[in-house]
Design a protein around this ligand. Structure first.
Ligand code: PLP
Length: 402
């Protein structure tokens, strides 16, 4: 039989996808499954964006788009960086791609050398795609733990301990998926201080959840706080989370010309530019989406409080207050070693998540998928009533543990 690449050895679908597939199977059997496993907004894309895409299609914006993005979108992104992030990027320092996922893939592919032991420092818990992409492209992920004690944010001293001559990238994701942690200005300045000592290290600032910050917290772009590092920071963002547009596949980045140019070479030979009518939708969202973002943010904030409250009241569970994104990351140390009502021994968070799904039909993702156990990642991008029901079922599951 024809062989698959050796690269494919050890590659599994991310646990987030695995859990939602299992949930789908149960739902098909007629079970009333609630899935809080996926990180996607439950809101509709703002109408103004949909209208713009429709109009663009009617106007003939259906040809191959420019590899780096239409000038209209690049200008809207440029303005967004100026107004929201205090960052000045020239148009040749900005590119558009099929999501932040592709931005990251391009960036890693343009810089990592397989077989050279290039290391990528990733704070854990992390978004599952970071280490998978790094390994896929021949690099080595190096994890640095952000513990619950420090609200899942990174201590500069811990960062310093893992940086080395082999470090090629440092990935920063604030607000964070999966914990909802938001890095303060002070902690970002401390991190910048460490990064100054490693001038050969690229920095990937994944700011995709920047608009979802709560409790009066503020999002800061690292490239703004540390302008002397700007020429090696890639500031990535996109339409998926902010404007409830994950299916449109629009991400963008600002960064040094040399890196952007290399990333565009890769993009031109892999996918070409991002979907033409999606780009028109993103322009409209960037120009006219503020009101929609504000409304979604209020809903997320309400749900966040409800979830955090529910989990902090469950026995054996700890729940740090998430200050951003749309996830809670409760700790379940107190549940380990117990047995579920269905007779399953809960040895770890994977067992917990699987038996919760099998017995109470609620899909969540075990912390092991994100590099810090025993925790659960629960997305609250779902209707309030659905979340309430999910919390009730989880509380029942926990109450029945013996
Ligand atoms: N970065 C983080 C931290 C995410 O959580 C996600 C999506 O879950 C992405 C990037 C991917 O975003 P996009 O839809 O722009 O590819």
């Amino acid at each position: 039989v024809p062989a698959l690449s050796l690269k494919m050895e050890g590659f599994e679908a991310p646990a987030t996808i695995a859990m939602s597939m299992r949930a789908r199977v149960l739902a098909a059997e007629g079970k009333k499954v609630i899935s809080l496993a996926l990180g996607q907004p439950d809101f509709f894309t703002p109408k103004v964006a949909i209208d713009a895409a429709y109009q663009a299609a009617l106007d003939g914006q259906t040809k191959y788009p420019p590899i780096d993005g239409y000038v209209s979108l690049k200008k809207a992104v440029q303005q967004k960086f100026q107004l929201e992030n205090n960052l000045d990027y020239g148009l040749d320092e900005i590119m558009v791609a099929n999501g932040v996922k592709q931005i990251l893939f391009n960036a890693l592919m343009a810089t990592l050398d397989a077989g050279m032991d290039d290391e990528v420092v990733i704070p854990a818990p992390y978004w599952t795609s970071y280490p998978i992409m790094v390994r896929f492209l021949g690099g080595q992920p190096k994890y640095v733990v952000c513990s619950e004690d420090s609200n899942f944010t990174l201590k500069a001293s811990d960062l310093r301990a893992v940086m080395s001559e082999k470090t090629k990238w440092f990935i920063l994701n604030s607000p964070s998926n999966p914990t909802g942690a938001v890095w303060s200005k002070e902690s970002l300045l401390a991190i910048a201080e460490v990064l100054r000592d490693y001038p050969k290290v690229w920095i990937f600032a994944d700011e995709i959840y920047e608009h979802l910050v709560f409790d009066g917290q503020q999002h800061y772009s690292l490239a703004h706080l540390a302008p002397d590092l700007k020429d090696r920071i890639l500031t990535a963002n996109g339409a998926s989370k902010t404007y409830a547009m994950p299916g449109w596949r629009i991400g963008y980045a600002g960064g040094p010309k040399r890196l952007i140019k290399a990333m565009l070479k890769i993009q031109s030979n892999s996918t070409s530019g991002a979907c033409s009518v999606s780009q028109a939708a993103a322009v409209a969202a960037l120009h006219h989406g503020t009101q929609a973002v504000e409304e979604m943010k209020q809903a997320y904030d309400r749900r966040r409080k409800m979830m955090q409250d529910a989990f902090s009241n469950m026995p054996g569970v700890t729940c740090a207050v998430p200050q951003g994104a749309f996830y809670v990351y409760p700790g379940i140390k107190g549940c380990i070693g117990k047995t579920s009502a269905g007779g399953r021994k809960i040895e770890n968070d994977q067992d917990f998540a699987e038996s919760l799904l099998d017995e109470q039909y609620v899909a969540v993702v075990p912390g092991s998928a994100f590099g810090l156990s025993p925790y659960l990642r629960i997305s609250y991008a779902a209707d309030d009533a659905v979340l309430e029901e999910a919390c009730k079922r989880i509380a029942t599951f926990i109450k029945q543990l013996v």
